[in-house]
Ligand binder design. Structure first.
Ligand code: ADP
Ligand code: K
Length: 449
């Protein structure tokens, strides 16, 4: 697939580094002048803007956190007067006020550019049609992908999330080559096609650009097979710009996504100490914008766990690559002293063909002990093979094939992650499904008494 901006995406590393250093110096001087929060941050650390000479000086600065956006709600971190803004986005925020971000016209151009790079890396080409099933609205996904697809020269179908029947109809009638949505919603669409007897070869889609929530190879496999596509990962967050901070290359698909490093500088730090970690070690991703005007951020603590490598990938791009997100630090389940991420459990499912990557993790407290229940769907072919109608504890107990499968899953989870989970096998179709957006796969009932 052609690279969208070859001169920038394959910039030799010494030149890329020089560009980053220069842009960082400008960005620091800019926020020092314009954003009281950053002036106070630098002064608090005893620094002048000129003390940040290049990216290696970033660790001198403290982190910017989500609560800093909340504390300055709505526009306190903005570096331009509101009449110079072109757009506002906000992220959901389950409790209280959302976090608000702003863009100048120039920021929107950068946004479109990095999304166009991402789509091209994912296999999209000018003239292809994009079925954009990310939500439109305050969420950055819909409009973010939209702008990037237009920039690349694609034909955009701005369907947004939800209303699955209509999505299926328009995919069949318009025959788009590319889809973007959350991985869990891609699973929903794949199942719906299957239910209607439409085979993957009959579905026009060739590429899927999936992100906004953690996912693993188990889900990649089910989406690729179900829709007949090659899916790649798109990563981003509204505080930095939105989706399109990083994307996997369709010919690599090894879980490593190129971070568009001329605009966003990535660091990985220790989750507890905040100390920079060497390449290849998993920690919290921290991002610094290098070219933002409306709301630049220095050292934003994403909470997302990953590692970075600067080993060049096969595509010829020189930018750093980040691994699939293992989860956010706030998704971490501490189960009897062991740290567990839902994605670790999901990864185990890949090894067991008799189960499907549809599951729910339920946390309960039994007396003083945390108990984890993994409610896991049996794969359809296996379900038919055992000839069960409905699964219940009695049915599973009575059929040695089901009981053995249940025990096998529990053993694999224990072997791979080190925690005992109670596995409950459930019938195909009974775990929660995405109806358009991000899917919550964990139900924490521990504090419900
Ligand atoms: P909200 O905070 O409302 O979810 P955002 O859309 O800004 O709003 O969410 C960004 C977050 O979504 C990221 O910090 C990360 O946790 C998650 N995310 C986005 N893309 C991916 C991805 N490809 N893989 C895993 N997690 C992702
Ligand atoms: K297809």
């Amino acid at each position: 697939m052609p690279i969208f901006q070859p001169e920038l995406e394959t910039l030799p590393r010494p030149k890329l580094k020089a560009l980053q250093d220069e842009r960082l110096r400008e960005q620091v001087a800019y926020v020092y002048e314009r954003v009281p929060f950053y002036r106070a941050m630098l002064e608090g650390a005893g620094l002048k803007p000129s003390d940040i000479r290049g990216v290696e000086d970033l660790p001198k600065l403290p982190f910017t956190r989500k609560r800093d956006l909340r504390d300055t709600y709505p526009f306190g971190l903005f570096a331009v007067p509101r009449r110079e803004l072109a757009r506002i986005h906000a992220s959901s925020g389950t409790t209280g006020k959302p976090t608000v971000v702003g863009y100048t016209k120039g920021d929107l151009e950068v946004f479109a550019e990095v999304v166009a790079r991402s789509l091209a890396a994912a296999g999209a080409e000018p003239g292809m049609m994009l079925h954009n099933a990310y939500g439109y609205g305050l969420f950055t996904g819909g409009l973010g992908l939209h702008g990037g697809a237009e920039r690349l020269g694609m034909v955009v179908v701005p369907i947004s999330g939800g209303m699955t029947d209509r999505q299926i109809m328009l995919i069949q009638d318009f025959k788009p080559e590319v889809i973007c949505c959350t991985p869990s919603y891609a699973q929903t669409l794949a199942e719906e096609f299957k239910r209607r007897g439409v085979s993957p070869e009959e579905i026009s889609l060739e590429y899927a650009v999936l992100g906004a929530e953690p996912w693993t190879e188990a889900i990649r496999r089910s989406v690729d097979e179900g829709l007949g596509v090659k899916s790649t990962n798109i990563y981003g967050l509204s505080e930095i710009i939105g989706p399109g901070v990083a994307n996997e290359d369709v010919n690599e698909r090894d879980g490593l996504s190129y971070v568009w490093e001329d605009h966003f500088y990535p660091e990985v730090v220790h989750p507890e100490t905040g100390e920079p970690l060497p390449e290849g070690e998993v920690g919290v991703l921290v991002l610094t914008t290098l070219t933002k005007k409306a709301m630049p951020v220095l050292r934003y603590w994403t909470g997302d766990l990953t590692y970075i490598t600067r080993e060049p990938g096969a595509s010829g791009r020189t930018h750093a690559r980040m691994a699939q997100i293992r989860g956010r630090t706030d998704d971490m389940l501490i189960v009897r002293g062991v740290n567990v991420y839902p994605t670790q459990i999901e990864a185990v499912l890949l090894q067991i063909p008799e189960v499907a990557p549809h599951y729910q993790i339920v946390l309960k407290r039994e007396r003083t002990m945390d108990e984890v229940e993994l409610k896991l769907e049996v794969a359809e072919p296996f379900f038919r093979e055992v000839g069960a109608q409905m699964l219940s504890d009695e049915v599973i107990e009575a059929d040695h094939r089901l009981a053995a499968l249940r025990d096998k899953v529990a053993h694999k989870v224990k072997d791979n992650i080190g925690v005992s989970v109670k596995v409950t096998l459930i019938s195909p179709g009974s775990a929660p499904r995405s109806e358009g957006g991000k899917l919550k796969r964990v139900a924490d009932l521990r504090n419900l008494g």
